[in-house]
Design a protein around this ligand. Sequence first.
Ligand code: HEM
Length: 873
Amino acid sequence: MERGHHSPSAGAGVETGQAREFYLPELPRLLPVAYHPDAARIEFASNGWVRRWLGDCFAGEADLVFFLRQRNGIYGPLTVPEAQYQRALDIADWYQYVTVIDSFVSDRSALGASDTGAREVFAAIMAEFLGTAQPSGGDGEPVGDARAARLPYGAAGRDLWRRISPGLSPAQVRRFGESLEAFLRGCATEIRAKLTDDVPDYETCMAVRLDSFGCDFIELMTEYGAAVDMTEFIPELTDVHTHCMRQMIIVNDLLSWRKEHAQDDKMTVVRVLIEREGHDLQSAVNRLCGLVEHHERAYLAARDAVLAGPLGEREDVRAYLRGLDHLIGGSQEFEYLTPRYYGDGSVWDGSTHGWLDLDAPVARFRETPRNGTGSTVDDVVRCPVPHGDSATAHPGVARPTRAADTNGRTPVARPQRTFAVAPGALPVLGHALQLWRRPLQFLRSLPAHGDLVEIRLGSKPAYLACHPDVVMQVLLDSRTFDKGGPLFEKARLLVGNGLVSSEWEDHRHQRRMLQPAFHQARMRGYVSLMAEEIDAVTSAWHEGEAFDVSDAMHALTLRITARTMFGTTVGDRAVPEVAYCMPIIMRGVYQRMVAPIGWQEKLPTPGNRRFDTVRARMHDVIRETIEDTRRSAVDRGDLLSILVNARDDETGEKLTDEEIYDQVMTLLIGGTETTGNTMAWVFYILGQHPDIERRLHAELDDVLGDRAPTFDDLPNLSFTWQVLQETLRMYPPAWMLTRTTTREAELAGRRLTPGSIVMYSPYAQGHNPALFADPEVFDPDRWRPELAKSLPRGAMVPFSAGNRKCIGDAFGQAETTLTLATIATRWRLRPQPGARPQTAVPKASLGTGRLLMLPRRRDRSAVPTPAVLSDVH
Ligand code: HEM
């Protein structure tokens, strides 16, 4: 719960720097939002209940109506949309009840006047609630705890308890008492902090907020809504609850900041970051948005882990977890719609990001900043400054180029992001020739010109986001910077309207359906399938017989994706077919993507006919596999059966065969090209850097000896991971990506019209000397945790960021780590003598091109000496 019923007014709060507005980026919103079918009826009935039972708490009719206009009565119907009507109404009334208390807590002329006074009232409420209030004194007048009997809070609490307690088990009743106590304790601590001007540190603030937000009874209300009792499973649900509640608290503190700021509230994580951690307002907001995403994803991961385990078999647990999903989604929806945060009289227009005024009596999300504030939208994603004076520089990670933030009370010199037009445009062609002939060199040269650089593709402008802040602004606001761009339509040839190519609205729905397939808890099963495939492929290698490592790695990763996707039952037939068709399709699509004009693909050439035949064959194979999977109708743990059984939480709909086909193609391509290229690059690099290979072998010998790695070994292979991370920096498979603006936007001070092409390039970033010192040096030590943490957010985005971040990032990292560890335990791959040095081949994904190497069995007894090492090199 949160507080207050006064409109924010200028100057009422402490100054948080010069900022009088801030930009709230789009939050991920990966969870469903649903209104109870009787939402309106419940809201009105609940407002009536407030008037009847709590009306006397308010100073007069005007204050009561002011409270009702905040629409607190819709919080219940939004958070328990599946509850039976009466329970949903009880819950709506309960949330109104605690919100009334909460509102008076933040009012210094009411409960907020003194923490001891409030504690006394709270003790009385508790006693009333649990039926322990004892009148005492000869005149029969209630005293002490029994004072609450005269308070409307007490009577309203009794009414609620009478209605709710019969629906709870004895264990839940006990928890309920404790939860109310925790809530009231948290409120009292908040009052004290405000009166003593005490801003806590982050974790202390969180601990108090967990109480004052009412987390324990929020869990109980969710159980009550689903008519289940989770008491005995609380230990197993720890992670689920932690991330759920932290997400909700941070979202609440972000969205209620206008009000909390005006009311000088100390117990909000926004103020904590400003006053205790040296952020200015915008960087605090940015940091918290990152934490929202982190907790939201971690919640999903923890939830899916429970679902994938033995508890996932239980209908009551599943219903409860569905309830938590709705709680998170609904809570956030409420916080966008309530006038409580935007000022009395605000009416929500559905927008969820933009500039928010701190001073205006009624604020809405605006697309542009106020004139003359000095803030620009590109402040949105500035990364947090590490504690202390500045980021620790280290030879491998260049010091961030932005100015250090100060604490919120001092005016901040904000770095203005620079805009530049790339030199060297030709008439008519613009920069198309450079991008076509030497794309990597061209992209690498651009960040030196500015933070956002305009290039020309023919006569049309396109913008490369170069500075990490600008990149993050684009990636975190996927509604404005949606999927699109020159290669986009051609990519749809291959993947239809799958996850990677879908546009904003569709994407949210698709991502919700697919996310469970990538849950951490599924990873162990996937990793054991991966291990079988790696074993099968490498056991066919022969000492000294050269082969194309690029081809071999693509074949391996294709088999891995296909096996994990189709499982063993139906996969045995589909996997070889897919392995045959896919390379032909990929080549054909690539040719179509780069073809300057569109009609060649329609000519009846042998190449085009073959492409069409193989595409049709692939279509048939996958369709048959989907049908087989549908017939078996159980979740066998493979990706396809998860897709076939997936149901959208909001609409209850299942995916159609055509939708599943698009997702299968998306995953086959997304999961194969990227990991295949990464593996080819890493072996190429190890062939060039025997010193690094030696360190890799030392780790593998230490952790594994001569056995093959398993899922449990992955966290211990830290140097192996660093080698892969550095490979992704130098040779990111997704080397250039595009977006299209769906509406007018501002980047680095430049106004972009709707339909503008915006690009980002993990390759250009990875080679930018302002971000990575000596970028052409392959140095896995850059990724030692103590050094990597000084890297600005957004500098290293090989998997992208925001809600279009790679869904297979954990899968891909497990796969590449396992493959590298397994192969390097047994084999050394040496460059074929006389083979030409490789140059990066940027197609849809950045590959090595043909890469001939010789496999040599590793003799682990012979530790290579420097002389031997220089020989092989
Ligand atoms: C080294 C491995 C990988 C890299 C570097 C990588 C990189 C990326 C990047 C940069 C994006 C965002 C594209 C954009 O911004 O337009 C992306 C999205 C995606 N990736 Fe990956 N990927 C990898 C592995 C995988 C794997 C193993 C899978 C599946 C098994 C996968 C499936 C996807 C999908 C479905 C999306 C679309 C996500 C969405 O829009 O919600 N990727 N990947």
